[in-house]
Design a protein around this ligand. Structure first.
Ligand SMILES: *Cc1c(COP(=O)(O)O)cnc(C)c1O
Length: 381
């Protein structure tokens, strides 16, 4: 048995943090700042918040209440289960919409917990209408229209069919008509305007009038033609750049610090990691840090780095499941040793930078972060 001793304390690395390989700080004040910024960009629309996938991996139980505090009254999740999990954290007054809508057996669960389904197909319309009939009740729903992405939503044919027979919506109270942009991160792509025009055109054919919604994060930054009555940002709340390559108006939400497990000095010809793929060209110092691909830093990553005091520490060789090795030659000896910490995400090297190094997008970096970090939620003031 080891004797239990109190670990040294620093601002973000108290005792529980010391047991984990790394500390993920989620800055809820930055989430709130980003929410307000998005709301200001679309002042005439309701600004909903998308908190699917556990608020993009950051913890819906913490993020959603912070957003409620900032004035959010409408939330979107993907699955019915996510809506059930979210309800206790936001209270009964807040709207929760389920993007995927229910399968037949889940309609009752939606109603019992006040979850509003998005109906994406004639089948889903049928399933919800059957429950409406049974209960002799009008049920509030969102209709999604496919305006070009061929992923979710009623087709042009479905819309025409409903126009020809409005009884197909009997029992449903259509509270919102929505669609989703396929290329909103490419402002110059003509598909954006084409989708917006199709949303207006199809909605006009429907036998009901309801508010419209098209924009997610990037769509908010395409301008007022895309805002309609409700915008649905997710990624931007969490600091992901709406238009890659352009300046990011949003505040970084996560920072990540990993423990240094050990350091060593290598000589020319020494190799590092599985497959011995990296070879020292000369003497250098390396550190093994306690974050690996099980923590969301994908093994195929090519050009990433950790950071210490503003200095990049290139990742050497292959990333292991629980660790990776970084070059610390640039750090004067004695400044970074075992038990120190390096940064993997900070204010200047964020999820979009990691994504660029890994050949993916900030969304995937966030949702891959995993469950082993000690999480430190910095609350909104
Ligand atoms: C995920 C999602 C959003 C939020 O998208 P972001 O790009 O993260 O803002 C909005 N609407 C729909 C339909 C979605 O699936």
């Amino acid at each position: 048995m080891f004797a239990v001793t109190q670990a040294p304390n620093s601002i973000h690395t108290g005792w529980p943090a010391y047991r984990a390989g790394a500390v993920l700080s989620v800055h809820l004040d930055a989430v709130v700042h980003n929410y307000r910024l998005l709301k200001a960009r679309a002042p005439h629309a309701v600004c909903a918040a998308v908190v699917k996938a556990d608020a993009y991996g950051l913890g819906a139980a913490q993020v959603a209440p912070a957003l409620v505090g900032a004035g959010a009254t409408q939330f979107f999740v993907a699955h019915v289960d996510e809506g059930l999990a979210l309800r206790p954290h936001v209270g009964a007054q807040v709207g929760i919409t389920v993007l995927h809508g229910p399968r037949p057996d889940a309609v009752e669960a939606c109603l019992a917990h006040g979850l509003r389904p998005v109906l994406n197909s004639m089948e889903q319309i049928g399933w919800v209408r059957a429950v409406a009939r049974q209960r002799q009740q009008q049920l509030g729903v969102v209709l999604q229209l496919d305006t070009g992405m061929s992923r979710f939503g009623l087709s042009a044919d479905d819309v025409r069919q409903i126009a020809a027979d409005p009884t197909l919506l009997d029992g449903l109270k259509v509270e919102l008509v929505m669609s989703h942009l396929a290329c909103a991160d490419e402002p110059a792509n003509p598909a954006n305007a084409a989708q917006a025009a199709r949303l207006v055109e199809y909605a006009a054919v429907l036998p009901v009038r309801a508010p419209l919604s098209l924009a997610a994060s990037s769509g908010v930054f395409l301008g007022p033609d895309y805002h309609f009555d409700l915008v649905r940002p997710g990624a931007a709340l969490y600091g992901v750049a709406p238009h890659p390559g352009a300046p990011n108006p949003l505040r970084a939400v996560v920072s990540l610090k990993a423990h240094v497990l050990q350091t060593r000095t290598l000589s020319r010809g020494d190799r590092v990691g599985y497959g011995l793929t990296w070879r020292a060209e000369g003497p250098c110092r390396v550190a093994t840090i306690a974050v690996g691909y099980a923590d969301g830093f994908i093994r195929a990553r090519a050009n990433g780095s950790a950071w210490f005091g503003g200095q990049a520490l290139p990742i050497l060789g292959r990333i292991s499941m629980d660790s990776m090795t970084v070059d610390i030659s640039a750090i004067p000896e004695g400044q970074l040793e075992a038990d120190g910490m390096v940064e993997l995400l900070n204010d200047t090297y964020g999820v979009d930078d990691v994504a660029r190094a890994e050949g993916t997008i900030g969304y995937e970096v966030l949702t891959s972060l995993g469950h082993r970090y000690h999480r430190n939620y910095e609350h909104a003031a």
